[in-house]
Each structure stands twice: as C-alpha cells, then as structure tokens.
Design a protein around this ligand. Structure first.
Ligand code: ADP
Ligand code: MG
Length: 404
C-alpha cells in the first residue's frame, strides 16, 4: 500500500478521502466521536501540505435514499470544531451542490459530501452501478486516500471502485490499523487470549474457527455465549439463542478440546425479565438476578456475565501477553447490565499485555466507562473489518490499495 507520506506535490490538488464517520448519535448529539478523532492525523497532514480536501463518509443505513435523519450535519460540525475550520457540507452526494462545493475550495479547505449511502449505487451489488457512481466521485479528486478503516471490508463505490479510478493511497489510520492487526495474526506474543462477546454468534463463528488456530485461549461472553451454553446441554431460558448454530458451537468446543485449546464460557450470568427492558430509555424496570448457568429459569434472559465469571475472565486476561477483545459481555448500553463488560475493560486496561479493543459497541463502552485510548494498546475503529482481517479474509478496500 502506498502511504500518504509518498504523496508529494498535493499543494492545490484535490484529495478525495474516504473516512469512517459512522458515529453513534442520540438525536443530533454524537455520543462517541472516536471515529472522527481517529481521522484527524491524516486530515491535518494533508491540510498542512496545502491540499483541498473532499471527504466521503456514510452514517447509518439509509438504504440508498435521502433521509435527513442520516445527514452528516452533526459530523461536519464536530469535525470543524476539532480541526478549527469550517467544514463545508454539500447538500447532496454527487449533484449540483457537491459540484459547487468542490469547485469553490481553496487550498487547505475541507469539504464533506453528504452521506454516500443516500446514493443507491454506493452499496449496489451490481458492479456497473457502483462503477458509475465511483466515476462521479472521481471527478472530485486528483488523488484518492482511503482512511475509513471501518469500511475496508466492504466492496462499495467510495471504498473500492473509486480506488481504481485515481492514484490511490492509504491514510495513516488504515496504515496503523493494519499494522496492529498484522501483529495479532503473525506471531503474537504468547499467551494470546481472545475475548469475544456481542450479540450475533453467526457473525463470529468464522472468526472463532480461525482464532482457534492462532490464539491460545478463547473467552466467550455476551449474547453469543448462550448458543455455546446450549451446545453444552444447559437450558438458556429466554436468552439470545441461534438454534441453527448449536451444532456448529458443539463442534468448535470439541475441536478446541482436541487441539488442547481452552474455550472459557460463563459459569454464572445476570438474568432479567426481558419484558421490563426499555432500550430507548436505556433502563431496566426490574431486578437483576444472578444464577449459575446450570439454573437459568425458563422465563428469564441472560443479559450479562455474573460476578464469578467476571473474576474468571479477568484472571485469564491478566495472565495473557496479547489480548484481542471484541463485543460487550452483556447489554452494556444499560448501566445495570454493564458490570461484566466493565470488569473485562478493567482487566484489559490494567494488564501489561498488548491489548486491542475492536468493535463500535465495545469501543463506545470503554470510553463511556472513562477509559482513554492510551489505557489500551490500540482501540480499533472497525469491528467487522478487524474481525474479517483476523479471519484471514481478503478485504476488498485493502486489496485494491495493494494493487494500486
Ligand atoms: P461490537 O460493536 O463491539 O463489535 P457487537 O455489535 O457484536 O459488538 O455487539 C454489541 C451488542 O451486543 C450490543 O447491542 C449489546 O447489547 C448486545 N449484547 C451483548 N450481550 C448481550 C446479551 N447477553 N443479550 C443480548 N444482547 C447482548
Ligand atoms: Mg456493534
């Protein structure tokens, strides 16, 4: 991959950059601006070189139609504050407003195109549709810089196709993320412990498969643990369960045992009455009850790891030299159900291991708990992208930069 350090003579040139500004919002308030912060080194460097900057980014899933709810306006404002300039947000993605915004840039200016996912071509599975949109993007730049690490696993117009039309470079964030992930896949310092949580077991089975080869120990918590617990023969009540993956989970448990690798699962969980859960208000209207995994009542849902499990997981983390963590241990958006995730974050922050936190919800959780980026080896801005990298998959947005 060519680095932006190799990029000379950009003064007065238009640099088209893909960033990942898919930040969590509550109304118009950005609740975690980590992804915007992460883009600053590249943007500052290019501004210092006198480039005219045109940024492409997405927010949420507006599904190819204009939806004011998903406007990048809050991002433009926050980015402007952080850079100390006015960020010009165009009123459309590739229409007359964008044309005018880009044409009006002077050296060092920063423009942000409106949410690229307002355009159906952005995420189209039809190559020609993506390519047609990418050709319009390419008119706005003399060179392309890819710095949205959170989207490099997507074959999308502003990530992949546009990189074929302009001289393409990797930004500092993409370079940094790839360097860290490579460290985790090529000879990690052992013992290497991986902690997985979050909601969807189906999404993470492939990575478990790959991690079983590389990691020494796998810790599984969060919503995905219940399919494993079921595979071990436990009843899980109303907890998250993927019936279609029970056999696969049983198979992984068997494989791990044969390979002499440890898979740690919860021994106790915090159960709730799911009918009293209000996601919007982030509240729980009834008591949390701790039970052993052998005794989860039929009418209750496991929504966090229990205290014994938190202790067990923390000890395993503390004895590691390398740790990768993706996915909260419980419904950590709700304070009453964040204790397990807090315990894991604390163990990671206290350990002297090289620690990497990946995933939007996990990163948001550790920041909510008051941790800084410097408390960990690295907080990755990309959940899906980092998992796919660890799975050993080819990421289209990186492959296209390597070919450039
Ligand atoms: P990340 O964004 O860090 O990659 P995921 O998106 O995979 O993490 O998972 C985060 C989601 O998992 C959160 O919305 C959280 O509420 C949910 N979750 C975690 N544990 C449970 C559980 N026991 N039951 C239901 N949902 C859970
Ligand atoms: Mg998530």
């Amino acid at each position: 991959m060519k680095s932006i350090d190799d990029l000379s003579g950009v003064e007065g040139k238009r640099v088209l950059i893909r960033c990942d500004f898919n930040v969590p919002l509550k109304g118009e308030v950005i609740t975690d601006d980590g992804r915007i912060q992460a883009a600053l080194p590249t943007l500052k460097q290019l501004r210092a070189k006198g480039a005219k900057i045109v940024i492409m980014a997405h927010l949420g899933r507006p599904d190819g139609a204009v939806d004011p709810k998903y406007s990048l306006a809050p991002v433009a404002k926050r980015l402007g504050e952080l850079l100390g300039v006015t960020v010009k947000l165009s009123g459309d993605v590739v229409g007359p407003s964008a044309d005018q915004t880009v044409a009006g840039l002077v050296d060092g200016d920063v423009a942000l195109l409106e949410n690229v996912r307002f355009e159906p071509g952005e995420t189209s599975k039809v190559d020609a549709e993506r390519e047609a949109l990418a050709a319009k993007y390419a008119k706005y730049g003399d060179v392309f810089v890819s710095d949205g690490f959170g989207v490099v696993h997507r074959k999308q117009a502003s990530v992949y196709d546009v990189a074929k039309l302009l001289p393409a470079y990797a930004g500092y964030l993409v370079e940094k993320e790839v360097k860290v992930l490579r460290q985790l896949t090529v000879e990690p310092v052992r013992p290497y412990v991986v902690v997985l949580g979050g909601a969807k077991v189906a999404d993470k089975l492939a990575v478990i498969d790959n991690l079983l080869q590389v990691a020494d120990e796998l810790i599984i918590g969060g919503g995905m643990a219940y399919t494993f617990l079921k595979a071990q023969g436990h009843e899980v009540g109303r907890s998250l369960l993927d019936e279609s993956k029970i056999d696969a989970c049983a198979e992984y448990l068997k494989q791990a045992e044969e390979a002499g690798k440890k898979i740690l699962l919860p021994v106790d969980v915090c159960t709730i009455d799911p009918t009293t859960l209000d996601f919007g208000a982030r509240t729980l209207g009834s008591e949390v009850v701790v039970t052993d995994v052998t005794a989860i009542p039929a009418d209750r849902e496991g929504a966090d790891i229990g205290p014994k499990t938190a202790q067990l997981f923390s000890e395993a983390i503390m004895s590691a030299k390398t740790v990768f963590w993706n996915g909260p241990m419980g419904i950590s958006e709700i304070p009453a159900l964040a204790e397990g995730t807090k315990a894991v974050a604390k163990a990671l922050a206290q350990s002297s291991a090289f620690s990497v936190v990946g995933g939007g919800d996990s990163a948001a959780a550790v920041r909510t708990f008051g941790y800084q980026d410097s408390d960990f080896g690295h907080i990755s801005t990309g959940g899906g992208a980092s998992l796919e990298y660890l799975e050993g998959k080819t990421l289209p947005g990186l492959a296209v930069l390597e070919e450039a």
